[in-house]
Each structure stands twice: as structure tokens, then as C-alpha cells.
Design a protein around this ligand. Structure first.
Ligand SMILES: C[C@H](O)[C@H](O)[C@H]1CNC2=NC(N)=NC(=O)C2=N1
Length: 101
């Protein structure tokens, strides 16, 4: 998977395909609200498995009933790359089964 930094236009174009995700500085970010704390923790474990599979890791934050992710690509000097969006898309696909909103 390429790790070339995406242009600001490419980032904005890709974010339009990922409702709920936004750019926060040099990262993309999303917060999911879950039906409760254990459901939120279960999503964290699922995201961790996806991250291991992709070998691409976000900063994951577990709240009372929320899961926050922020991510960029270390191998690209902390730039936003296609790998970040691949991870975001995989998490978007996984989150609804956990009751995430
Ligand atoms: C050695 C290992 O494959 C690399 O360090 C992987 C691990 N997870 C990663 N995660 C993120 N966010 N960016 C990376 O560049 C990255 N690289």
C-alpha cells in the first residue's frame, strides 16, 4: 500500500465518502457512540484486530460509551495517506454491528 502523502483536495474528496470522519490537523478522526461501555470496549478490540491485519494503527480512545480514533501514517512522516483511509473504511464497515452511531 502506498504511503505517499495525499493532497488536501484528495483528503477532502475521500472524507466526503466517509460521513462522520473529519480532518483534525494532520490526522483523520472519528468518534463513535456505542450503546454502553462494554459495547465500546468490544469495538476497541475489533478495531485492534483490524489494525493488526492492516499493520496500520490509530490512536484509540475508550470513553464511557464512546470510541475515538485519530490516525495518520508514521512511515510518511505523520502525513495523511491512503492507508489511513483504508483503515477508516474498514472500521466504518465494522462499527454498525456493535451498535455504533
Ligand atoms: C513496522 C510496522 O509495519 C510499521 O511501523 C507500521 C505499524 N503501524 C503503523 N501505523 C500507522 N498509523 N502508521 C504507520 O506508518 C505504521 N507502520
Amino acid at each position: 500500500m502506498p504511503t505517499e502523502p495525499l493532497s488536501q483536495k484528495e483528503i477532502e474528496d475521500r472524507l466526503r465518502e466517509l460521513p462522520g470522519w473529519s480532518q483534525e490537523g494532520d490526522r483523520i478522526a472519528r468518534t463513535y457512540r456505542l450503546p454502553g461501555h462494554v459495547a465500546a470496549a468490544a469495538l476497541v478490540v475489533h478495531v485492534a484486530a483490524i489494525q493488526q491485519e492492516l499493520d496500520h494503527h490509530s490512536e484509540l480512545t475508550l470513553g464511557y460509551d464512546t470510541v475515538g480514533l485519530t490516525v495518520n501514517t508514521h512511515d510518511a512522516g505523520g502525513a495523511i495517506t491512503a492507508r489511513d483511509f483504508d483503515l477508516a473504511a474498514r472500521v466504518e464497515a465494522a462499527a454498525p454491528a456493535h451498535g455504533a452511531g
